[in-house]
Design a protein around this ligand. Structure first.
Ligand code: CA
Ligand code: CA
Length: 301
């Protein structure tokens, strides 16, 4: 199995990135990823205010996928996330929803033992996830800390082992990169960090020809959700609703009016994160209502 070391990192998703490895559709790869601080915080005496912020949010890659062309969809199955033995979480003045109340930066080291995150004597079951994962955008340059249509810093708790992520291919080879894993995170990531942790991620990568997505789509065993970002929560929720209604129209072949009514009954609007340069929500449905396979089969979303 091919492995990509964390020596190969990017800090922006751009149309013309240099790939570090090439894989074939259907191939499984292991991707080593730094934590979001690039390993600069290893003890509680290291504060977020002291580190080099130019090194925040490295993403390992990019991976060139043979046969991926603009207009296709990249299918990324997350087979596993092997995490380091500890993570960290931080607070910093003026960061996060209550940043104005933070008087001084602080760091909490969080050991991982027996699938539990140890926040001192409070035990939290791990829920591994990938914070940053994306492909080359159609145009423009997006810092890895920013989420958008190409993916990026979506901070979506659903993007973990057992999930399949679908990303819109805009450049030849797709050019996939990822980083910023979390051992656990709550929806919102309100203080601005999850349990930030280095990890090695195992992915199976495939290409779905001729199916294009407006935004990333995530499928877990139970749910399917479109992952939509906006300049603020209101605009993200409006866009997610518009696209969610369009998904219902395509899946159920209903009028827009009926789909809009139905969306209010079956679609959950959920927060991914509210602390990044753009805010991210998901329009989520039960898989008993619709599946990615049904949506992507032979037609554009
Ligand atoms: Ca993040
Ligand atoms: Ca993070």
């Amino acid at each position: 199995m091919k492995k990509i070391s964390k020596d190969n990192i990017i800090y922006s998703f751009k149309p013309d990135m240099n790939p570090v490895i090439t894989v074939n559709p259907g191939e499984t790869v292991r991707v080593e990823a730094w934590d979001c601080f690039k390993g600069q915080i290893q003890s509680e005496t290291t504060l977020c205010s002291e580190i080099d912020f130019d090194q925040i949010n490295p993403a390992t890659g990019p991976i060139f996928v043979n046969n991926a062309e603009p207009g296709d969809t990249l299918k990324v199955e997350i087979m596993g996330i092997d995490m380091a033995d500890h993570g960290v979480t931080v607070i910093v003045p003026d960061e996060g929803l209550l940043g104005h109340m933070v008087k001084a930066p602080a760091t909490k080291l969080i050991p991982i033992r027996d699938d539990l995150c140890l926040f001192d004597d409070i035990k939290i079951p791990i829920r591994p996830m990938i914070g940053v994962i994306g492909v080359a955008p159609e145009e423009g340059s997006f810092p890895t800390g920013t989420p958008w249509r190409h993916g990026g810093n979506m901070d979506n708790v659903h993007i973990g082992p057992g999930a399949t992520l679908y990303l819109p291919v805009k450049q030849k080879g797709a050019l996939l990169a990822l980083g910023d894993c979390h051992a656990v995170m709550g929806d919102g990531e309100v203080c601005c960090s999850g349990c930030e942790i280095g990890a090695t991620v195992t992915l199976r990568i495939d290409v779905i020809k001729g199916a294009s997505l407006p935004w990333p789509l995530v499928e877990t065993p139970q749910r399917i959700s479109l992952v939509v970002s906006g300049d603020d929560l209101d605009s993200a929720m409006a866009e997610a609703t518009m696209e969610g209604v369009a998904m219902i129209q395509r899946a159920k072949r209903l009028s827009w009016e009926e789909s809009y009514m139905l969306s209010s009954l079956v679609m959950d609007l959920e927060i991914c994160q509210v602390v990044d340069p753009k805010k991210t929500v998901r329009a989520a449905f039960q898989r008993s209502f619709m599946t990615a396979k049904g949506l992507l089969k032979g037609r554009a979303l």
